[in-house]
Design a protein around this ligand. Structure first.
Ligand code: ASP
Length: 338
């Protein structure tokens, strides 16, 4: 019988209304089990590990990602797949982080959650949970069908480090603007194998040392010198510059000078504010100068993937040049370079 480990970290899926404040608060896994009697009808051997405390995913951080990665590593040989129940707010960050923390995967790690608590009549939680389990259990020729870190939500399976939460209201909460979906659940569960990473033959490698000393500067017309300096002159080791369109910034002299000074001793990664498409450094004159300064391209990475990839690379203890080189290369399907 296929063995799946459900890891419950928290999120709306298991929340109930606090009778005093009316706000949603996380509740334990029994709440979920009681509401999905179908779980006992699935032909899988299910085990559950609950995090303590149960979290709203806004409180996720690299230490908890490490706890999650170590738990999966510890149980890796005993299970065929893993389903991680997680709040949708930061699910794309956790999925991206896990894709860098757990390399050489041969088993599925499927994150899911819901927009409505599992106890609500119109909940989306049951479908998300049951299908996530089915995906985690699916094998082809004895091997996992999807040996990747993924997000399953509202009938679609996404590569975890390509997904973004884009809607806080609709059941269709996630999108993957720069990479096709990996599977779709309709009457049948259709897997799009061409887009799924192959199963690794090497043994699992776990990297939990993340360095989060990163700053972010989002460009907007009229940005002040003080706002730019606050990030550029801060003590961080790397900066993610969220640029316009295909990677452009203002070419005002003082702005370029601030950037140039910072680029001498910080890693600066250019990712676009556009959700779809890629940074193309040098395509316009407005980004040529950035290239000359040594700003590196994040290509079509999501913000979530860029942040967690930087944390991962900066935690490896490798040289700045090596970090810069690896930032521009796909490690686990997180970017398309040209
Ligand atoms: N605030 C919740 C969380 O991320 C929202 C959700 O689960 O969808 O934990």
């Amino acid at each position: 019988m296929v063995k799946i480990l459900i890891i419950y970290t928290g999120g709306t899926i298991g929340m109930i209304n606090d009778t005093k404040t009316g706000a949603l608060i996380p509740f334990d896994f029994e709440q979920i089990e009681q509401n999905v009697p179908e779980l006992s009808r699935l032909n899988y051997q299910l085990s559950v590990h609950s995090f303590s405390p149960i979290l709203d995913s806004s409180n996720m951080n690299p230490e908890i990602w490490a706890e999650l990665a170590l738990l999966i590593t510890d149980k890796y040989d005993s299970f065929d797949g893993f389903v991680v129940l997680h709040g949708s707010d930061t699910m794309a960050f956790t999925a991206s982080a896990l894709s860098f923390m757990l390399q050489n995967l041969a088993k599925p790690i499927i994150l899911t959650g819901s927009q409505l608590p599992i106890g609500e009549i119109r909940t989306d939680a049951k479908e998300n949970l049951i299908t996530a389990l089915e995906i985690a259990a699916t094998k082809i020729n004895g091997k996992a069908q999807v040996p990747e870190v993924c997000i399953y939500f509202d009938y679609q399976l996404f590569r975890g480090n390509r997904a973004i939460k884009y809607n806080s209201e609709k059941f269709e909460a996630f999108q993957s603007p720069n990479y096709p979906i990996l599977a779709e659940a309709g009457v049948h569960l259709n897997f799009f194998s061409n887009y799924i990473l192959p199963s690794s033959i090497e043994s699992l490698k776990t990297h939990i040392n993340f360095n989060s000393n990163i700053g972010v500067l989002k460009m907007y017309p009229g940005i002040s010198k003080q706002a730019v300096q606050a990030v550029m002159k801060s003590e961080v080791d790397a900066i993610i510059l969220e640029t316009f369109g295909a990677g452009n910034t203002s070419t005002t002299a003082w702005f370029l000078q601030e950037l140039k000074d910072a680029a001498q001793h910080k890693i600066i990664v250019n990712i676009s504010q556009c959700k779809a498409g890629s940074v193309q450094l040098g395509l316009y004159e407005t980004s040529k100068e950035l290239q000359r300064m040594g700003v590196i391209s994040g290509y079509d990475m999501t913000f979530e993937a860029a942040v967690t990839k930087l944390m991962y690379l900066m935690g490896l203890g490798i040289s700045v040049n090596e970090i810069k080189k690896l930032m521009e290369i796909s490690i686990c399907g997180e970017l398309t370079s040209f």
